[in-house]
Ligand binder design. Structure first.
Ligand code: SF4
Length: 235
């Protein structure tokens, strides 16, 4: 599904998302192609920033990932970030992409209010190559997280979705650098008719939620870890 360049809560530099996660709730799976060329994007960005409230944290990007491999060639996310810093506009970056470390120079500049999140819900490379086939390996993402933290970037990790039957939440926690906050989130498949085929079996939402609650019960609570309940099913 194609999402527009500007939405109510942010800016999508790319149409589609090459990470192609099987559970994507924005149905963005596809080859990431820039909405606008490097030459034209500034004009469109200026227009977009006029429509978004100045005190709103602009999401980069709400419907696709801002750091798919295509960003290395096109650099559209980088251009937008530079402009947000020039204009002192607060923003929020959430990514599975390790290319985020390229922008450490900007992301470590807190004169502009912003948040940096990385997404990882399991440590098994083979499993994630099925669920998130175009995204960097879990090991590469963890290495990127360490780089961000070493650069004194206040990192939040979004374990969304946590796959606790693949990697226990405790093992995931132990593998991460010390983060500002870690969000444990269940796999939600209501948008897929309430079930998903993963690996060798079909999971219903009820089974996924039960698995998630069992993982929470086994986990030693920590101050920097927040568990999020599954959304209620819509009757
Ligand atoms: S990284 Fe996010 S936007 Fe991209 S396919 Fe995966 S869930 Fe969808």
């Amino acid at each position: 599904m194609e999402h527009p360049f500007v939405t109510m809560n942010g800016i999508n530099p790319y149409r589609h998302c090459s990470h192609r996660c099987v559970y994507c709730c924005s149905f963005a799976q596809g080859c990431a192609t820039p909405w606008y060329s490097r030459r034209d994007v500034m004009k469109e960005l200026t227009r977009a920033l006029e429509t978004l409230p100045a005190d709103q944290k602009i999401s980069l990007s709400p419907c696709s990932d801002p750091y798919t491999p295509e960003e290395e060639q096109h650099g559209i996310t980088r251009l937008i970030l530079e402009e947000l810093h020039r204009r002192n506009r607060p923003y929020f970056v959430c990514t599975k992409g390790t290319l985020v470390t390229r922008d450490i120079d900007l992301l470590s500049d807190y004169s502009v209010d912003h948040d940096v999140w990385m997404v990882l819900g399991a440590l098994d490379e083979k499993a994630l190559s099925f669920t998130e086939p175009g995204a960097p390996s879990p090991q590469a993402r963890i290495a990127a997280m360490y780089q961000l933290v070493e650069a004194e970037i206040s990192l939040t990790v979004n374990a969304a979705p946590l796959l606790p039957w693949i990697t226990p939440a405790e093992d995931l926690y132990q593998a991460l650098p010390h983060c500002e906050r870690i969000h444990m989130c269940p796999l939600q498949v209501q948008h897929m008719g309430g079930k998903i085929k993963l690996f060798d079996r079909i999971w219903t939402q009820a089974e996924l939620s039960a698995n998630f609650f069992a993982a929470r019960a086994e986990f030693t609570p920590r101050d920097n870890v927040t568990w999020h309940d599954p959304m209620p099913d819509i009757p």
